[in-house]
Design a protein around this ligand. Structure first.
Ligand code: 5GP
Ligand code: ZN
Length: 116
């Protein structure tokens, strides 16, 4: 499985950097963001090192679907019945700061549109 030794999320997936994990399976894990932007702010990441959505290929479609399905399951588990926002930032203009694919799951306050 692809691993980048200088990637903070690969280290979280490997367990060498601690995180408040909410869910884990063989393909992905979900943990609380260290700098939450909403009362609930989780990151769902693949275990394998994929840089961003822009770096995904057709063979990654099932994994991408799995990440979104896990986000949906977490919204039920955490009873986010008032709604939530799932976000993938990609690249510099997208606001991506960690170059390991992740889905933000934000909830607990009203979100605004357009995003900043
Ligand atoms: P991006 O800006 O790339 O879309 O999102 C990266 C997210 O990762 C940010 O919300 C940031 O707070 C979070 N983050 C960065 N480093 C760590 C860390 O070491 N642990 C956790 N739990 N979150 C992190
Ligand atoms: Zn990585």
């Amino acid at each position: 499985m692809a691993f980048s030794s200088d990637c903070i999320f690969c280290k979280i997936a490997a367990g060498t950097i601690p995180a408040r994990t909410e869910y884990a399976d063989e393909l992905c894990l979900a943990f609380h963001d260290v700098n939450p932007q909403a009362p609930t702010h989780l990151l769902v990441i693949p275990r394998q090192h994929l840089v961003s959505l822009a770096h995904c290929a057709p063979q990654d479609a099932a994994l991408l679907g799995h990440l979104l399905q896990v986000a949906a399951e977490l919204s039920k588990k955490l009873e986010l019945s008032n709604g939530f926002r799932a976000v993938l930032n990609s690249g510099a203009d997208g606001g991506q700061t960690v170059d390991h694919l992740h889905v933000h799951l934000l909830a607990g306050r009203t979100m605004h549109w357009p995003p900043g």
